[in-house]
Design a protein around this ligand. Structure first.
Ligand code: CA
Length: 236
C-alpha cells in the first residue's frame, strides 16, 4: 500500500496521518478503520468517550460519533477542544441544521451525516487535513494595521496580544486577508473554508463572522457586503 500523499500538521516518522475513530457501533467502526487503513491512514478505535479521552493525545485528526454510551459526543468535542486544536470531524446520525451549526460552534472542522460512504468520508478527512496544514516555514506573518496573521503557526494577534481562534475562524480570517479589501463571496467562502460538498446553512458562516468580530474586538474590521459576501477593511 502506497503511503498517503496527504500533508499533515503533525506526523510520525512514516509520514502517516493517525486518526482516532470514536464510534461505539462495531458495524460502523470496523469497516471504517479498515477503509482508512487501506487509504494509507493509521487509526485507533475508541468505543467510548473515556477511551477517546485516553487516546486523543496521539491523534492527528478525530472522527467523532455524537451518540456514545458514556458521554454525549458534543461534551466530548468540547473537552477535546478545550485543550487541543486537533482537527475534529463529527460523524452523526443527527443531520438537521441545528445539530450541524452546534457541531461547528463547538469547534468541529467538518460534519458528516450517517449513512455515509467510506470514500466520501476519506475525501472529507483529506480536505480537513489539507485545510489544517500550516504554511511552510519561512513564511512571514501578514500585518493588517494592528492585526497580525501567522499562517505558519496559525496564530493571530491584535496589537501584540494573541487571540485564540477556532480552526474555522482562523481559516475564514486567513481567506479574507489573502486579498484584503476585496470582496469574497459567500459561496467561495463556503467552498474554501468548509467543503465543496457543504450544502448546510449559510448561518454557519454568519455565526463564524460574528464570533471573529467579537474575538478581534474590532466590529468594523470585517465588512458585510450585503447579499454578496465579506471583506476585510483596509486601513487608509
Ligand atoms: Ca453511536
Amino acid at each position: 500500500m502506497a503511503k498517503s500523499p496527504v500533508p499533515t500538521t503533525k506526523v510520525d516518522n512514516a509520514g502517516q496521518v493517525h486518526l482516532l475513530v470514536v464510534e461505539d457501533d462495531d458495524a460502523i467502526a470496523v469497516p471504517l478503520v479498515e477503509g482508512l487503513e487501506r487509504a494509507g491512514f493509521t487509526a485507533t478505535r475508541a468505543a467510548t468517550g473515556a477511551e477517546a479521552l485516553a487516546n486523543r493525545a496521539r491523534a492527528d485528526l478525530v472522527l467523532l460519533d455524537l451518540g456514545l454510551p458514556d458521554m454525549d459526543g458534543t461534551e466530548l468535542c468540547r473537552r477535546v477542544r478545550a485543550d487541543s486544536d486537533v482537527p475534529i470531524i463529527i460523524v452523526s446520525a443527527r443531520g438537521d441544521e441545528t445539530e450541524r451549526v452546534l457541531g461547528l460552534e463547538l469547534g468541529a472542522d467538518d460534519y458528516i451525516v450517517k449513512p455515509f460512504g467510506t470514500r466520501e468520508l476519506i475525501a472529507r478527512v483529506r480536505a480537513v487535513v489539507r485545510r489544517t496544514t500550516p504554511a511552510p516555514e519561512g513564511e512571514r506573518p501578514q500585518r493588517l494595521g494592528s492585526l497580525e496573521i501567522d499562517r505558519r503557526t496559525r496564530r493571530v494577534s491584535v496589537g501584540g496580544a494573541e487571540v485564540a481562534l477556532a480552526p474555522k475562524e482562523f481559516d475564514l480570517l486567513a481567506l479574507l486577508a489573502e486579498d484584503a479589501g476585496a470582496v469574497v463571496g459567500r459561496q467561495q467562502i463556503m467552498d474554501e473554508v468548509w467543503d465543496p460538498h457543504w450544502y448546510g446553512p449559510t448561518k454557519t458562516l454568519d455565526v463564524h463572522i460574528a464570533s471573529l468580530r467579537k474575538k478581534l474586538a474590532s466590529p468594523g474590521l470585517i465588512e458585510t457586503v450585503h447579499s454578496v459576501g465579506f471583506r476585510i477593511r483596509v486601513e487608509p
